[in-house]
Design a protein around this ligand. Structure first.
Ligand code: AMP
Length: 120
């Protein structure tokens, strides 16, 4: 269902998760946002929080995306609260040089271990 409803991209792995074509361990869903467990967790809690509609990355977001990106961050906070997490990190990688490997914007919600700063 790569429809206009969410402006999904047929060659995007996260759009395929939104469309239900690739399985995921879902932890949160609302009208605009989906969150699921990362396939290769780097912390005891590692959830990816994404807008359902396709946006490549933070740097390609426009003013029209501001609302949904805000919802993604609020959803991350809700998930953390639901899981009883007080201390957590929400981070997004922008561009290959910064570690982005999937070009559908996503926020990593990380918790359950000590978070170092600066990140590597
Ligand atoms: P990034 O490298 O910041 O773009 O993050 C992409 C994340 O997506 C990585 O942490 C991957 O482990 C994760 N990932 C890739 N494919 C899947 C998938 N099918 N289900 C869940 N997580 C995935």
């Amino acid at each position: 269902m790569f429809s206009e409803v969410f402006r999904l991209s047929s060659d995007c792995i996260f759009c395929k998760i939104v469309a239900g074509e690739i399985p995921s361990k879902e932890v949160y869903e609302d009208e605009d946002v989906l969150a699921f467990e990362d396939l290769h967790p780097v912390a005891p809690t590692h959830v990816l929080v994404i807008p359902k509609r396709h946006i490549d990355s933070v740097s390609t977001a426009t003013d029209a995306d501001a609302g949904v990106l805000g919802k993604v961050q609020v959803a991350a906070a809700k998930i953390a609260a639901d899981q009883g997490l007080k201390d957590f990190r929400v981070v997004t990688n922008n561009g290959r040089g910064a570690g982005q490997s999937v070009f559908h914007v996503h926020y990593h919600l990380l918790a359950g271990r000590r978070m170092n700063w600066p990140p590597g």
